[in-house]
Design a protein around this ligand. Structure first.
Ligand code: ZN
Length: 251
């Protein structure tokens, strides 16, 4: 039973189509999904790579940076030939080689209130792979406004954090419920100062991609309203429920 998927697609995705709770119906959901990724760094590369391999139909990537040598230890879409190229361009080229059928839209800018509202409208799932809180709050606020499903990632040293919010539900908390202080130092997430192990970026990015696929397929237990904290040095993983704050933007 192909249900409209051609032979090549059936073969390409056979190892996940065979899974009971995916099947051809699930694969079609993946093929029709639209995911926006902010940041084409360590997290964004892994997210984009695995979603492209899984067959996500449309992926948008926003980033204004160039590839430099210190990126390559963790940013899995780039190699030495990509140095000095725009990350979004190099990422698009690499992703096209992986799966030529996925539509990759690239946006070569630093996001702000104006450009982000135009972009976000075209996507259902929003994945944050940015490296600073200013951007994370902006993504949070717009995902809330436009009622999107948002999966935030953060990494530093040997640690990772993943937040997930379903803003289609009014009861959802948001990032501001958790970080009540807006003046959090941006250095916390800046690996230029703090450092980060490359594998930490790969693990957290891949987990974000995993959460996106589960949300598309509506399978398993999602992370909505929780934060998952990963200490990858000592292998302690904690999942904490976020409390919706009364005086927050999300009310
Ligand atoms: Zn909130």
């Amino acid at each position: 039973m192909s249900l409209g998927l051609n032979k090549v697609l059936i073969e390409r995705f056979s190892r996940q189509i065979i899974l009971k709770n995916i099947g051809t119906i699930g694969q079609k959901k993946i093929l029709n999904s639209k995911v926006l990724i902010i940041g084409a760094g360590g997290l964004g590369c892994s997210v984009a790579e695995f979603l492209t391999r899984a067959g996500v139909g449309t992926i948008g990537i926003i980033d204004y940076d160039l590839v430099n040598l210190s990126n390559i230890h963790r940013q899995s879409l780039y190699d030495e030939k990509d140095l000095k190229k725009f990350k979004v361009k190099a990422a698009q080229e690499k992703l096209k080689l992986i799966n030529s059928k996925t539509k990759i839209n690239i946006y070569k800018h630093k996001i702000n209130n104006k450009n982000f509202s135009k972009i976000i409208k075209n996507y259902e799932y929003i994945v944050d792979g940015s490296d600073n809180f200013e951007t994370k709050f902006l993504i949070n606020d717009f995902s809330l406004k436009f009622k999107k499903i948002l999966i935030i990632g953060a990494i530093s040293k040997f640690d990772g954090q993943i937040f997930s919010f379903n803003f289609l539900k009014k009861s959802s908390p948001c990032l501001r419920c958790f970080y009540q202080e807006e003046k959090i130092s941006n250095d916390i997430l800046n690996c230029e100062f703090e450092g980060v192990l490359g594998t930490v970026a790969g693990i957290v990015g891949t987990m974000q991609a995993n959460e996106v696929l589960k949300q598309i397929l509506k399978i398993g237990q999602n992370l909505n309203g929780f934060i998952l904290i990963l200490d990858l040095l000592n292998l302690n993983f904690r999942k904490i429920r976020l409390i919706k704050r009364k005086k927050c933007l999300c009310n």
